[in-house]
Write a protein that binds this ligand. Structure first.
Ligand code: SF4
Ligand code: SF4
Length: 733
């Protein structure tokens, strides 16, 4: 019997692992067909190792969701420990009394193995409860599992249970067959409390029967395990294998903040003199980098990203999860084509060759069913344009994804191709892009109006060049970057004046660029128009370098992100602070003293490009906390889970015609706190939330008494109660 079980066991292993290996090699070839990654991503061994410890081993991101996180960690850690039992099982194919060197002598090993086996089963039960509670059939698109492959997920839970019971049955019979409790054989099994329990049940059957049960259960267990391994290579559970490299090669610290420069063949494209054959963005699946293709294959379909996505939550067809799944399925379907040599392609089946012509982005005619907006097999497009253009680049998906998938980078790469190569983008954004090109601001107002905001102030704002200087004088500490909205939008002008007044009050010497300032290029870049971004960014960097700017304070979260994180890509490196940081510092240093009580509740909306993208959560709260009498009422979705206002990703300049409005969703949440002041720290957010307050206002109620304002204006009221410039016209004081 020993020989028979060795032969059957080895045969199964060779066949099933061979099939799994063949599949993995195919997947490796698909990844290899992708483009090289951008310079600098590889080679950082320390951070890659740290990410394996923190993200994979410690399951950091999974624990953001306590219940599912615990269940997943139990299965993950359980399977790590159970790998030891796999070694023991293979060893016992050769020798029924095989034990692991050194640790096999200790009963504690058996105890730990059984304990983790039990944890796996309990975790499976927890997953069953979670999957029933969050079932798409009950919750529709509100379920994070909407659109996920549910059958394979249930099958995997079933297989985990099979792995565990066959293991325990093998060990229970082994204890009797090898007389573990009365000899020196297999000492680790003496501590295996569950296996011992099964052994007592099987003991009356006698040694010979136990030997047969041991062999049958061992072979069955190996078949389950090897079959499970093979199944994994064909299913979404590929993440078990792929999440390790995916996390290791992810952008550090994460794929938020700066967008990546456009690269072609692993080299940055020079937009002043691009090569004829430079790839500008992603137009077909093979144009993604190998890391992109790895991302798609690693998606676990857990739906954490989908559950947080503002586009998905307002009934738009974009789901970051469905996007990853759609691109993965398209890559798998098209692989035989792009992996074949050119002269072999004509021999491929028609349906495979047809995929070569399917554009990544094309009208799918999804007509309300979001699942129909993703068509991996074409023929008109893999994803609908409404999927691509619904993204606000808020980063909630990247923040949530437990396997470090970089959704925003992929969305922007596809937008780049649409804009730069196809000239295809939402019509209503054309005016904004043209204004940026001709007037260097999104509204086309031009440089001459950039100083109008300062006229009502009772002190003089220093403007570079006004006194004939061509560099920032030594006595000026900060260059105040006003931004297009801060200079040209009525409501944002109040914030600009409030910040200028507070800096003046604190005795901080600052200066503005006035007419020399242009849009940072953020909306152009997030639309995918990298040419225009490069033009504006290079112009600004040239100006900033010429005038000797070193320290810049900025009120707009988008300007902040671009100046701080993206201008280094075009040769501009400065110390950039958001006004929330500088003002809270001035309050802490007592250079600004809030004296007046503001007896009201205030809720704070975290701008995505301040909070999630740049981790600035504390300064705005510290600033509000310094105002006497003010009570902060947090919204349920706050800090890294804050819901977008709907303006990012250049969506501020596009109509929102599908589903419900993102700004109204967020405004309703803010109003539900009961606060009468909604504070933010970005002019785009303030515009969106103000619109939200106006549209959610009950009919016939001209003034709800709710104001939307910047944190600087709130602080100004406490520091200089004599000034009322910052108070909104329609708000009840
Ligand atoms: S960035 Fe925001 S809007 Fe875009 S897919 Fe991710 S969660 Fe959705
Ligand atoms: S992209 Fe990440 S968060 Fe979204 S479903 Fe896939 S694994 Fe989960």
């Amino acid at each position: 019997m020993q020989t028979l079980r060795l032969v059957i066991g080895l045969l199964m292993t060779v066949v099933l692992l061979g099939l799994a290996g063949r599949r993995l090699f195919h997947l490796y070839r698909i990844g290899k067909a992708g483009q090289p990654v951008e310079p600098g991503r590889l080679g950082a061994v320390g951070p890659a190792l740290k990410s394996q410890l923190v993200e994979v081993l410690a399951q950091r991101k999974l624990f953001k969701w306590t219940g599912p996180g615990l269940a997943h960690a139990a299965v993950f850690w359980g399977f790590c420990v159970l790998l030891l039992t796999v070694l023991e099982a293979f060893g016992s194919l050769f020798d029924p009394t095989f034990q692991l060197p050194l640790i096999g002598r200790f009963p504690a090993l058996g105890f730990i193995e059984d304990l983790f086996a039990l944890m796996c089963v309990l975790a499976v039960l927890a997953f069953v409860v979670i999957r029933f509670r969050e079932a798409p059939k009950d919750q529709g698109r509100r379920s994070r599992f909407f659109g996920s492959h549910l059958g394979p997920a249930w099958f995997v839970l079933f297989m985990i249970v099979n792995v565990v019971w066959t293991l325990l049955l093998t060990r229970g019979a082994q204890i009797n067959a090898q007389a573990v409790n009365s000899t020196d054989n297999l000492p680790f099994l003496r501590g295996a409390f569950l296996s011992q329990g099964i052994a007592s049940l099987l003991a009356p059957l006698g040694q010979h029967t136990n030997e047969i049960i041991e062999t049958v259960a061992l072979l069955l267990g190996l078949a389950v395990l090897l079959g499970f391994t093979l199944f994994v290579t064909y299913s979404k559970h590929l993440h078990i294998l792929l999440s390790l490299p995916n996390v290791a090669f992810a952008r550090r610290p994460n794929a938020l903040g700066a967008l990546l420069p456009v690269t072609s063949g692993g080299k940055e494209v020079d937009f002043e003199d691009p090569d004829e054959d430079d790839l500008l963005g992603v137009g077909k699946i093979e144009d993604f980098t190998w890391k992109g293709l790895l991302d798609f294959g690693t998606c676990t379909e857990c739906g954490r990203c989908q559950s947080q996505c503002p586009a998905w939550n307002t009934n738009k067809p974009l789901s970051p999860k469905l996007l990853m799944m759609g691109l993965r399925d398209h890559a798998l379907a098209k692989a035989p084509y792009f992996l074949a040599a050119e002269d072999e392609r004509e021999n491929l089946p028609d349906e495979v060759r047809a995929l070569a012509e399917v554009p990544l982005v094309g009208e799918t005619g999804y007509a309300g069913d979001p699942l129909a907006a993703y068509v991996p097999g074409g023929p008109d497009g893999v994803i609908d344009p409404d999927v691509l253009w619904s993204c606000t680049t808020c980063g909630a998906c990247v923040e949530q994804c437990p396997v470090d998938i970089e959704h925003v980078d992929h969305i922007i790469d596809m937008r780049r191709y649409q804009v730069l190569m196809e000239g295809a983008f939402p019509e209503e954004a054309a005016a904004m892009l043209s204004n940026l090109e001709h007037a260097a601001d999104p509204w086309g107002r031009g440089a001459s109006e950039r100083l109008a905001w300062a006229e009502p102030l009772d002190f003089e704002v220093r403007v570079l060049g006004a006194q004939g200087e061509d560099r920032i004088p030594d006595d000026v500490e900060w260059l105040f970057w006003v931004g297009c909205a801060g200079a040209l939008d009525d409501q944002a002008q109040r914030t600009t004046r409030a910040v200028a007044t507070l800096l003046h009050e604190a005795g901080v010497e600052f200066m503005v660029l006035g007419e020399m300032e242009s849009c940072t290029g953020d909306p152009a870049r997030r639309m995918g128009n990298e040419f225009l971004f490069q033009m504006l960014a290079q112009q600004n960097v040239e100006t900033l370098n010429e005038v000797g700017a070193t320290k810049i304070v900025v009120t707009c979260a988008h300007c902040f992100n671009t100046l701080a994180n993206e201008y280094p890509q075009v040769g501009g490196s400065y110390e950039v602070v958001h006004h929330s940081t500088l003002l809270s510092r001035l309050v802490a240093e007592k250079r600004l003293v809030p004296v007046a009580r503001l007896d009201r509740e205030v809720t704070f909306h975290d701008p995505c490009y301040l909070g999630r993208h740049n981790r600035i959560f504390a300064p705005p709260r510290e600033l509000l906390g310094a105002v006497p009498g003010l009570r902060l009422a947090e919204m349920p979705r706050t800090k890294e889970r804050a819901f977008c206002c709907g303006a990012g990703g250049a969506r501020m300049f596009m109509d929102e015609t599908i589903g419900t409005r993102i700004n109204e969703n967020r405004t309703a949440e803010a109003l539900a706190t009961g606060a009468r002041t909604i504070a933010a720290a970005c002019p785009f957010c303030i515009t969106m939330l103000s619109d939200g307050v106006r549209t959610l206002r009950p009919d016939n109620e001209p003034d709800t008494g709710v104001e939307v304002t910047d944190i600087a204006e709130v602080l100004l009221r406490a520091v200089r109660p004599d000034l009322d410039d910052s108070r909104p016209q329609d708000a009840t004081p």
